[in-house]
Write a protein that binds this ligand. Sequence first.
Ligand SMILES: CNc1ncnc2c1ncn2[C@@H]1O[C@H](/C=C/CNC(=O)c2cc(-c3ccc(F)cc3)cc(O)c2O)[C@H](F)[C@H]1O
Ligand SMILES: [Mg+2]
Length: 214
Amino acid sequence: TGSTQPQRMLEAVQKNATKGDPESVFSAIDYYGRHKEWAMNVGDEKGLILDSVLTEVNPSIALELGTYCGYSTVRIARLLSPGSKLITVEFNPAFAAVARQIIAYAGVQDKVTLVEGPSGDLIPKMKERFGIKSFDFVFLDHWKDRYVPDTKLLEDCGLLRKGTVLLADNVICPGAPEYLKYVRNSPRYESRYFKSNLEYSKVEDGLEKSVFLG
Ligand SMILES: CNc1ncnc2c1ncn2[C@@H]1O[C@H](/C=C/CNC(=O)c2cc(-c3ccc(F)cc3)cc(O)c2O)[C@H](F)[C@H]1O
Ligand SMILES: [Mg+2]
């Protein structure tokens, strides 16, 4: 009955997933996105790359830009060590409301701070609001034309440190060409492309992993 896709996704989670089991929550969303209604979650295939980068980085403080329904929020939070935190930014109140419920259903709410508002306004407030020195890991999955301005903003606000890992979704489809140029041509980043497929599809897409060199 849910009138919006996020509401229908939440229903699918409440119906098919086990409360407190993050894996069952994002698997239920993957099933929905693959067999019911395509949805712009990072998905199961690119999700495995996200998992492996996260396991390698093991961030104490992580940032996600573009929560949407919280699929990658849950995927990231489940892998965080005790005491580690994920801050996720979402400016659509309806999406944020659904994401909060999906995050809570998965039982990862203690690791996640969902902040409602535009990334451009919130990034400059991260230090004062959350007492953050710098991020260990950043997942970019919001409007694709905002990847570059927000990366520059993170740099200018001193929120990146030597070794911070940026992982960007959709660098091929829908594509983030300016972002690829920026991180691949800048001497301040060591960049690598992880080839994969667009979520629930055979179309090529991939994740760009860029290490900030300070
Ligand atoms: C700009 N600052 C923002 N601050 C806070 N929240 C934000 C901000 N900007 C957006 N949001 C929030 O972040 C989300 C936006 C995600 C956008 N994602 C996509 O467009 C996207 C699109 C495809 C796609 C591929 C092929 C095709 F045929 C059709 C679609 C695949 C993907 O994996 C994507 O991630 C949310 F919706 C918005 O409110
Ligand atoms: Mg995406």
